[in-house]
Ligand binder design. Structure first.
Ligand SMILES: NC(=O)C1=CN([C@@H]2O[C@H](COP(=O)(O)OP(=O)(O)OC[C@H]3O[C@@H](n4cnc5c(N)ncnc54)[C@H](O)[C@@H]3O)[C@@H](O)[C@H]2O)C=CC1
Ligand SMILES: CC(=O)C(=O)O
Ligand SMILES: [Mg+2]
Length: 629
């Protein structure tokens, strides 16, 4: 690839390249066009469909310190000699020009001097704020070690300490006391063409550690970062938003340094109106963006999803993302144990957002495989802090819980508050924990389950690690190593058994990327089911029962690309994809390949990669991102 710099620039020698969907997508982040030598025209013009990212040079109008302080464009010591001259950097950098490899090696060495996970999290955060390419390449190369640092469990600790450790703001802060400013606040992040994906949280149900108020902004930043890391969505085209509606967390309310609204959570009509204001503004300002709901509270997560899922392409990660990953690993485990999904008996321990999302996904899947919804629901038994959900509890259960209520008259004389008693009666084949109750799956419970099932499927999903319902080691030990276990946070292998991380990071990036690339009008249940089948199909357990139920983290970008492909193909089949309807500026139409492998290649060609691209100096670029960085 030739490097083009300002001094050699000849306007007549360059062509304009535009995408068909948004005139900003081809230009990476910052301008309408990429100018490239005529000889490279063919390369940049093909393929002619929506692209989130392309190869080739990047235009940039930033100079000197401004450029070094812009994380999307900064290369630090990797700026070439020509770029240093063109961008006024010569005196601002030591003379040696490093490669990205050298920078990654240096950063990784520095990371090793840091003693605690939180200190490493700070280091990574700071790197993301300085140099996105270096951050994503560092984490990509060391993903098994660094994902727990930049995501759960360490990110949970960073969120809990948000106001005390605050250094630099990131994300968009929307304030319930000032609803009229929602558009103005979102406007700082660009216009219609600039944003593909938005993660939003109100901070009430963060990563198993509950209400974290305004600190919840960090989960939206972490999930948005995973969209780039795992699914190649351009880091300049994702957005993180927190809805600051107050907090019920007394520790925060009493902390002088707390940075959010210092009042109890606003609920009811005023809250609903504020959420609606946000959604309607997003629809107008970023009409092609996909919206990802994260870590809302148990009483709001589902109603918000149900209210808006027909209005715009959106999904709730805790409900649907978790449901999908659990269904995929359950499918893989059922294959290993040669059991039929429709014969399963399932206990969901913790019937909140995640637990009921898992239950709904299992029902969807059972129905697709020939069950009636009633039969499917009768195979799922949900417990919450009141014990087993019974139909006699209809006044105190949510409608979503009531769908799974067991008949009270069948449970007379049984202590339905006791998990072991419930296990004794149900004889479950699958036990899922989303309760935040550490050690709830104790020896008595697991051994009771094992008595009735030679290959029990046990998924302790609660985060962070200290809240897991059991450790994989115990579950395996108590079942003579016959249990099939996958967990919510990372665990090392146990006696050669790989423990897959049953985390929604295996599904939401692919679902999100698929929805973005297909320009879906909605994210249907069937698109989520397509994601489940694809993820299950990639399970290493199909060949080796010890190898883990999900594909390894090291290939999560490949996994997400395949999940996205399945989602896109299903969206096209269902007629909810807009990608083929839109015209390019030159009047052409996009045709997405219907063959899986060809579609996969199309998806991969659009995924952003952490590599340095040559930079071209221009006088002016027409984009908000230049200022945002
Ligand atoms: N592995 C993954 O991908 C995911 C894991 N999670 C984890 O799942 C857990 C729950 O998350 P959400 O569903 O969002 O929270 P939530 O607050 O919506 O639900 C928690 C549920 O646990 C129940 N519960 C509390 N104490 C209980 C007890 N003693 N016995 C039985 N049930 C009890 C509550 O009644 C509630 O129904 C968290 O630890 C979260 O980090 C959540 C989403 C994804
Ligand atoms: C993983 C995740 O989304 C959660 O624990 O809330
Ligand atoms: Mg979550």
């Amino acid at each position: 690839m030739s490097v083009c710099i300002a001094r050699k620039w000849k306007p007549s020698g360059f062509v304009r390249y535009q995408s068909i969907i948004s005139d900003s997508v081809t230009s990476h982040v910052h301008s309408h066009t990429i100018k490239t030598p005529v000889g490279e025209q063919a390369k940049l013009r093909a393929p002619r469909y929506t692209r989130l990212s392309v190869d080739g040079p990047i235009e940039c109008s930033l100079h000197g310190f401004q450029l070094l302080n812009s994380p999307l464009f900064n290369k630090g010591s990797a700026f070439t000699v020509e770029e240093r001259e063109a961008f006024g950097l010569t005196g601002l950098l030591p003379p040696v020009v490093n490669t990205l490899d050298e920078q990654v090696e240096r950063a990784y060495d520095q990371l090793h001097f840091l003693k605690t996970p939180l200190a490493k999290n700070d280091f990574c955060t700071s790197m993301r704020q300085q140099n996105k390419v270096l951050f994503y390449e560092l984490v990509r190369r060391h993903i098994r070690e660094l994902l727990p640092i930049v995501y759960t469990p360490t990110e949970g600790d960073a969120i809990a300490a948000y106001s005390n450790r605050f250094r630099k703001p990131e994300g968009c802060f929307l304030d319930i006391t000032d609803p009229d400013s929602v558009d103005e606040r979102l406007a700082a992040f660009g216009e219609a063409k600039d944003i593909d994906y938005i993660v939003v949280s109100d901070g009430e149900g963060i990563l198993g550690i509950g209400d974290q108020g305004v600190g919840g902004v960090r989960i939206t930043i972490a999930k948005a970062a995973l969209m780039t890391l795992c699914a190649g969505v351009h880091p300049g085209r994702v957005m993180s938003v927190v809805l600051d509606v107050g907090t019920d967390n007394e520790r925060l309310l009493n902390d002088d340094l707390y940075m959010g609204n210092r009042f109890k959570r606003v609920r009811g009509e005023e809250y609903d109106k504020f959420v609606d204001k946000f959604i309607q503004t997003v629809k107008k300002r970023f009409p092609s963006a996909v919206l990802h709901f994260e870590d809302f509270g148990v009483t709001t997560a589902r109603p918000i999803l149900e209210r808006y899922r027909k209005e715009l392409p959106c999904f709730n990660d805790d409900i649907q993302g978790t449901g999908a990953v659990v269904m995929a690993s359950m499918t893989a485990a059922l294959k290993v144990s040669q059991r039929n999904l429709l014969d399963s008996q399932i206990i969901i321990y913790g019937a909140g957002s995640a637990g009921l999302g898992v239950a709904d996904q299992i029902v969807n899947h059972m129905v697709i495989h020939g069950s009636t919804p009633e039969d499917a629901r009768a195979r799922i038994h949900c417990m919450d802090k009141r014990g087993l959900i019974l139909d006699s509890m209809h006044k105190t259960s949510t409608p979503a819980q009531q769908k799974y209520a067991d008949p009270a008259d069948e449970w007379e004389g049984v202590n339905t508050k006791s998990l072991v008693e419930v296990v004794r009666k149900i004889k479950p084949t699958v036990l899922v924990g989303c309760s935040t109750q550490a050690s709830a799956f104790n020896e008595e419970v697991i051994k009771e389950m094992y008595k009735h099932n030679p290959r029990p499927i046990i998924f302790p999903l609660s985060n962070p690690t200290r809240l897991h319902e059991c450790t994989p080691e115990d579950a395996l030990k108590w079942t003579d190593y016959n249990a099939m276990v996958a967990t919510g946070s990372p665990f090392p292998p146990v006696h050669g058994y790989v423990i897959s991380e049953n985390n929604n990071c295996f599904t939401f990036p692919g679902i999100g990327l698929g929805a973005v690339l297909s320009r879906a009008t909605t994210i249907s249940d069937s698109m989520i089911s397509a994601a489940v089948d694809q993820l299950a199909d990639g399970s290493p357990a199909k060949k080796n029962a010890k190898a883990g139920l999900l594909a390894p983290l090291e290939v999560i970008d490949e996994t997400s690309a395949k999940v996205a492909t399945a989602v896109i193909l299903r969206a096209l089949e269902e007629g909810v994809a807009r990608v083929e309807d839109e015209e390019s500026p030159d009047g052409g139409k996009v045709t997405v390949p219907r063959d899986f492998e060809e579609c996969l290649a199309w998806v991969k060609s659009q995924m952003w990669k952490p590599v340095y691209r040559p930079m071209i100096k221009v006088e002016h670029v027409d984009s908000i991102h230049t200022h945002q960085c």
